[in-house]
Write a protein that binds this ligand. Structure first.
Ligand SMILES: C[S@@+](CC[C@H](N)C(=O)[O-])C[C@H]1O[C@@H](n2cnc3c(N)ncnc32)[C@H](O)[C@@H]1O
Length: 448
């Protein structure tokens, strides 16, 4: 079904009619359904890379839909990641609240949804160009506490990055400083020895003889050669200029962003009043599928958002994390979801750690769903985007278990949509314990 934004409420009412007949999920294609807008590099969506970003067409459909939300009301994403939902809410004239356990995600969302004077950004870039000539950096200088810094960065690159960081710190206005810090963060991985095709840092293998048959060998060799003579500030300037253009484009769509606040760091404790939001849209993490903190470790270190030691602390706050000590899973936790518990008991016999990761994931998601219910107004909607995955080669019906948890927490499922998004890039082939996710389920839940 194709449509213009003003028809979205009618389309959804049709879905409701169909769903009420047999309660079967309805196949949709969000990319086709929301084809009136060009999403390629829309507004500020691409100012920084982030793992497992949500397809912007999905929030677009709901935040531009009178059935779900009106002008100036509040949309919440309790797992806001890089802020896809928050930005689409803003572009649709709605206010938004975000929350994420990853400080880099919070910085991306904050910058992405800010309004900047583009003239000031351009002037600041010029001043940085001058500043960088005067900044004195030598190798005795203190470097940020980046994990394995000498493994990931060539000496000349490390030195130049430190100089850029030092000059960014001279910007007195925090909002503008954050813009440049985020551009700097985007530059970090591009000038590192990490393989840019892989989300979690993995060193591009260059010096093993056997590896010169590898399809990426020539590409990696070229990267190393380029890095040896790279002017990092030039690379950084390119990123800044591209991002300035994105803000110019965004401000053409909406001259001033609506109110956006990053309200919390843990979806289980949102720091806002009961019944204070009008719509929740979120794509939560999966059990053991994505290592958000490890994937961002170089960025977190260079931007000084996290020291090396703090990375573990941050990981512990992640729902779906994989690192546990043996004493954590001496016995298997019961989730209260019958089908999941039966499956997890079987898995526990083969792989107790994997069973524990999945069980604890469901228990922590339960806390987050109860918290979402607390802050949502009565008779309003919770759009939960999730998929199924595999745990030890068995299908783990994440979306179905989350739906049951939500129903136990007082939500009613009013509709389920299913979109076959093949190129979502949620997982890497290196991840052997979880499978590629192809279908997204969009659960539309109502707080009765
Ligand atoms: C699938 S991603 C969300 C991606 C986001 N929709 C986007 O487009 O960028 C899930 C997010 O949940 C976050 N997360 C994990 N545990 C959390 C917790 N306890 N509280 C809040 N956020 C958490 C991760 O850091 C990650 O950013």
């Amino acid at each position: 079904m194709k449509s213009k934004t003003n028809n979205f409420d009618l389309i959804f009412k049709r879905f409701l009619e169909v769903y009420s007949k047999d309660q079967q999920p309805i196949g949709v294609n969000f990319k086709e359904m929301v084809d009136s807008v060009k999403f390629q590099d829309r507004a500020t969506h691409s100012i920084h890379i982030y793992p497992a970003k949500l397809l912007p067409q999905i929030p677009f459909f709901f935040v531009n839909n009178n059935f779900f939300i009106k002008e100036n009301e509040y949309v919440l994403d309790p797992f806001s990641g890089s802020g896809t939902v928050l930005l689409e809410a803003n572009l649709a004239g709605k206010n938004s609240f975000g929350c994420d356990a990853n400080p880099l995600a919070r910085l991306i969302s904050k910058v992405k949804t800010s309004t900047y004077d583009v003239g000031v950004l351009k002037k600041l870039l010029q001043s940085l160009k001058v500043e960088i000539q005067n900044v004195i950096v030598d190798d005795n200088e203190k470097y940020p506490d980046v994990v394995n810094i000498d493994y990931w960065f060539l000496p000349n690159i490390k030195l130049q990055l430190n100089g850029i960081l030092k000059s960014i710190k001279t910007i007195s206005d925090e909002n503008y400083r954050d813009f440049f810090l985020l551009c700097f963060s985007n530059c970090v991985k591009k000038v590192s020895l990490a393989d840019s095709r892989i989300s979690v840092p993995v060193k591009a293998k260059l010096n093993r003889k056997t590896n010169n048959q590898h399809p990426f060998f020539d590409e990696s060799k070229l990267k190393l050669k380029n890095l040896e003579n790279l002017d990092v500030f030039e690379k950084f300037s390119e990123i800044v200029s591209e991002n300035i253009k994105r803000f110019e484009n965004k401000q053409k769509i909406i001259p001033r962003s609506n109110d956006t606040k990053i309200i919390a760091e843990d979806a289980r404790n949102l720091n806002i009043k009961d019944e204070s939001v009008d719509l929740i849209i979120t794509s939560p993490p999966y059990a053991g599928a994505q290592k958000y903190i490890r994937a961002c470790s170089l960025n977190l270190g260079w931007t000084e958002l996290s020291s090396k030691d703090n990375l573990r602390v941050l990981d512990k706050k992640n729902i779906g994390r994989e690192n546990y000590s043996k004493s954590d899973y001496i016995t298997l936790k019961v989730t209260g979801i019958e089908e999941a518990d039966i499956l997890l008991q079987e898995i526990y016999k083969i792989n107790p750690l994997r069973a524990h990761i999945a069980a604890n994931y469901l228990l922590e998601m339960k806390q987050a769903i109860i918290e979402a219910s607390r802050v949502l107004k009565r008779n309003k909607y919770f759009i939960l985007i999730a998929a199924n995955n595999q745990v030890c080669n068995r299908e783990f019906k994440t979306q179905e278990y989350l739906r049951q948890i939500a129903e136990n927490a007082g939500f009613t499922t009013i509709c389920r949509l299913i979109d076959d998004i093949k190129s979502y890039g949620l997982m890497t082939k290196r991840n052997k314990t979880a499978s590629i996710i192809t279908c997204e389920w969009v659960l539309i839940l109502k707080k009765e």
